[in-house]
Ligand binder design. Structure first.
Ligand SMILES: Cc1ncc(COP(=O)(O)O)c(C=O)c1O
Length: 385
């Protein structure tokens, strides 16, 4: 098969990831930060290592300001539900994933107000429109770094500067970009950055986290969960230091061992080299798809403006039918439908049926790309006949 669903989760993983997880299960195995024995210390060291390597990759102010959790969704929930109170106003974009929109809609019911800034039909967000949406009660700008539907990148750095000028906080959903596009939390003035481990960071499912910038205090950000941390066990109150304030319960240490290996692999390849390879792959896919009669490709035509998620449709066929034919007849694995981002599809005009999404990863060969294009051409030809 040719796997083109890396925006849902990356696969295959670099072999180092399974090796690190196997090593953890076979040789380490203990609960990190809980017991003082050598294996618990070794487990703790692996978790700390993952924090350190991520802090380097994302240019976070301090590894201890990275809080691990189950996935990107949990990190976004911690940021939004931890920060926002009745009467606060949030500005967000029209292309957000439901990981952002659903917590925001739930917060609306307790008196948080939301402005959704529309994007252009290719998913571009204008900084001036974000600025025009600000109110005296605005506390936070919450935006995705890239659309998981049509791949369009948002101007995070300019929005970071805007947030600083207006003394607001900025939350960036980097689920689609962490590990395949440069992110600089410090330089781009990002106060909260949610990442997921199982996509371009090449870790396993069940990993993710939130980078908490140094303008966000623990007093400001309420924990999502409370419980044992292995620290300050004499107290029945939640610790008020990082990362323990937000990391209650036994962590997914085996997953974090895999994430550590995935991030190290990304750094070894070089983010610049990975990004350049993905830009070239995405450009070839996008250009090739645009040349097939009856195919509509969405989002910016220049791959530099996007991450690798690429949406298209074939005239006269529902995306679900295209996905089925690509899988059954050609072994091409894509994702179809709304990709948990209905706003992005309203922006494109593809709601409610959605699109077919190709999301290449770094292990895709030139031959795989040509085979995928030939398969789409065959499906489109059959639809025309
Ligand atoms: C843009 C975006 N945000 C958030 C998420 C949620 O991440 P996770 O699946 O790790 O919860 C996803 C995953 O599909 C995504 O694409």
């Amino acid at each position: 098969v040719i796997y083109l669903d890396n925006a849902a989760t990356s696969w295959p993983k670099p072999p180092e990831v399974a090796r690190a997880m196997g090593h953890f299960l076979d040789e380490v195995g203990a609960n990190p930060g809980r017991s003082a024995h050598r294996l618990s210390i070794a487990a703790g060291r692996i978790v700390d290592d993952a924090r350190e390597v991520l802090a380097q990759l994302l240019n976070a102010p301090d590894p201890l300001r990275i809080v691990f959790g189950a996935n990107g969704t949990e990190a976004i929930n911690l940021a939004l539900r931890g920060l926002l109170r009745t009467g606060d106003h949030v500005v967000t974009s029209g292309i957000e994933h439901n990981a952002v929109m659903r917590p925001l809609r739930a917060l609306e019911r307790v008196g948080v107000s939301i402005t959704v800034v529309p994007c252009d039909p290719e998913g571009r967000l204008a900084v001036a429109d974000v600025e025009a949406a600000l109110l005296p009660t605005t506390k936070l700008i919450a935006i995705t770094h890239a659309s998981n539907v049509m791949g369009t990148l948002t101007p995070v750095s300019e929005i970071g500067a805007l947030a600083r000028r207006h003394d607001l906080l900025l939350l960036v959903d980097a689920a689609a970009t962490a590990g395949c596009h440069p992110i600089d939390v410090t330089h781009d003035a990002i106060d909260l950055l949610a990442f997921t481990g199982h996509k371009a960071l090449h870790g396993p499912m069940g990993t993710g986290g939130l980078v908490i910038g140094d303008r966000v205090s623990i007093g400001q950000l309420a924990p999502l969960k409370f419980g044992g941390t292995g620290s300050h066990s004499d107290s029945e109150e939640q610790p008020t230091f990082l990362p323990d304030a937000y990391e209650s319960g036994t962590p997914n240490a085996v997953g974090l061992a895999g994430l550590d290996a995935g991030v190290r692999w990304v750094m070894q390849q070089g983010l610049g080299a990975l990004r350049a390879r993905l830009v070239a792959t995405t450009q070839r896919l996008s250009d090739g798809l645009r040349m097939i009669p009856g195919v509509t490709v969405y989002g910016p035509p220049r791959a530099e403006e996007r991450c690798s998620a690429l949406s298209f449709n074939i005239n006269g066929l529902a995306p679900s039918e295209v996905g089925l034919q690509l899988d059954d007849a050609h072994g091409i694995l894509a994702r179809v439908g709304l990709h948990c981002a209905p706003g992005a599809h309203r922006t494109l005009g593809t709601f409610p049926d959605g699109t077919v999404r190709f999301a290449p990863g770094p292990f895709l060969s030139a031959e795989d790309i040509e085979r995928a294009l030939a398969a789409v051409a065959a499906v489109a030809r059959e639809a025309r006949s």
